[in-house]
Design a protein around this ligand. Structure first.
Ligand SMILES: Nc1ncnc2c1ncn2[C@@H]1O[C@H](COP(=O)(O)OP(=O)(O)O)[C@@H](O)[C@H]1O
Ligand SMILES: [Mg+2]
Length: 227
């Protein structure tokens, strides 16, 4: 399968992609990563540490669907980090053409919510996802879930923005999103994760919970035992 880690112009995409790769591997999944962001920070992370759990292939191409996807081992969990959709729309379009699951990273703040729902420039991410249906074999857009990140413990904002996303905005006229129950907390140990080993509990627990939730929702295969 292919999981697309996407974002509008929000922050935390590579952190979430990399730490999810570690968690998938801990759960016993065979994982391969693809870096479809021109900044290639996921690929650099894998080069810089000894414990990165899988290969990261450079794949920052708008021909992702036709050149990268056909070469994948589809029995593995393939995880692609895309650059932000505002400036890399051609790559994101190509990834959405073939992804089985889209995971959207968003922090519960006004600027990030507005980047998702009404960006000043470019098409809103919901539109990119919807229009991908026309290019997909199924004729349907990929299953899409929102992962709230940088959530402050005890703050009202995750619920406030979670409700806005779930309910289609204040008046219910905007796109509705499936927001995961798992939230990635705002933590220094996570802020400094990219490029470093996954050696701190806070880099593991929220992402293990994410894998558990995605599995329960039927979005991931049940992990192999004893791997
Ligand atoms: N859970 C978190 N808590 C605190 N800071 C975070 C968290 N996740 C990401 N960040 C910070 O957000 C910034 C962008 O992260 P990064 O993963 O590189 O984003 P992107 O790939 O979307 O550009 C970094 O400075 C990182 O330290
Ligand atoms: Mg990045």
């Amino acid at each position: 399968m292919l999981i697309a880690s996407l974002k509008p112009r929000t922050m935390g995409g590579t952190t979430n992609t990399g730490l999810l790769a570690y968690a998938l591997a801990r759960a016993g999944h065979p994982v391969t990563c693809y870096d479809a962001d021109e900044s290639l920070q996921l690929a650099a992370w894998a080069r810089d540490v000894d414990d990165f759990p899988c290969q990261v292939h450079e794949a920052d191409t708008p021909a992702f669907a036709t050149t990268v996807y056909p070469e994948m081992d589809h029995d593995r969990i393939n995880l692609v980090d895309t650059g932000h959709a505002e400036n890399h729309v051609d790559i994101v379009d190509s990834v959405l053409e073939v992804a089985d699951l889209a995971l959207v990273t968003l922090s519960p703040t006004k600027p990030e919510y507005e980047r998702l729902t009404k960006p000043e420039r470019g098409a809103p991410l919901a539109k990119l996802i919807k229009r991908s249906a026309a290019l997909r074999d199924s004729g349907q857009p990929p299953v899409t879930v929102v992962l709230l990140n940088r959530c402050q413990a005890g703050a009202a904002s995750p619920k406030t923005y979670g409700d806005l996303l779930t309910n289609g905005g204040k008046d219910g006229t905007e796109p509705r999103w499936d927001v995961l129950t798992t939230q990635i907390p705002r933590r220094e140990g996570i802020a400094s994760a990219v490029g470093f080993p996954c050696d701190k509990p806070e880099r593991k627990a929220p992402y293990d919970a994410l894998v558990t939730e995605l599995t329960k929702l039927g979005h991931l295969p049940v992990p192999r035992r004893g791997v």
